[in-house]
Design a protein around this ligand. Sequence first.
Ligand SMILES: CC(=O)SCCNC(=O)CCNC(=O)[C@H](O)C(C)(C)COP(=O)(O)OP(=O)(O)OC[C@H]1O[C@@H](n2cnc3c(N)ncnc32)[C@H](O)[C@@H]1OP(=O)(O)O
Length: 130
Amino acid sequence: MNSIEDLIEKSETRIFKAVFPNTTNHYETLFGGTALQLMDEVSFICATRFSRKKVVTISSDKIDFEKPIPEGTIIELVAKVSEVGRTSCTVRVDIYKEDMYSYQRDLAVTGLFKFVAIDNNKKPIPIIDK
Ligand SMILES: CC(=O)SCCNC(=O)CCNC(=O)[C@H](O)C(C)(C)COP(=O)(O)OP(=O)(O)OC[C@H]1O[C@@H](n2cnc3c(N)ncnc32)[C@H](O)[C@@H]1OP(=O)(O)O
């Protein structure tokens, strides 16, 4: 049986993307809505890998767009469980931007996403079996 700490470590989830023009806005930076969609997806995968149960998003919290992400950069999304409740878990997502042609890497966006585990009747159930 894995401890909660082991499950948190093993479920850390990372996705890389290239910021192509079809994902940017008229300022030629990553569109905020696209960033949110990617954050929801990576945090959903993380919560699913953590619980190995059906989970739904119940809330998102404190999304900070600290730095713009220019077209032509690489982004890495890192999702990790930061809090475990009875039926829910909270996942912190960090988006790092990397210059393609240097080793410059900066934290650009952070946010929290909370998920609830549900059964086949869509009712909350314990997020992990103890
Ligand atoms: C992957 C996807 O695309 S999901 C799509 C978007 N999400 C959805 O459609 C979900 C819609 N929401 C729902 O179906 C329901 O709200 C449910 C099933 C998630 C929860 O049902 P509820 O009756 O509210 O559950 P309940 O009151 O027992 O709370 C369940 C957990 O959620 C937490 N919670 C409930 N409401 C909120 C809220 N507004 N904000 C933060 N946490 C909340 C509770 O604290 C509890 O956590 P805990 O057990 O770890 O302490």
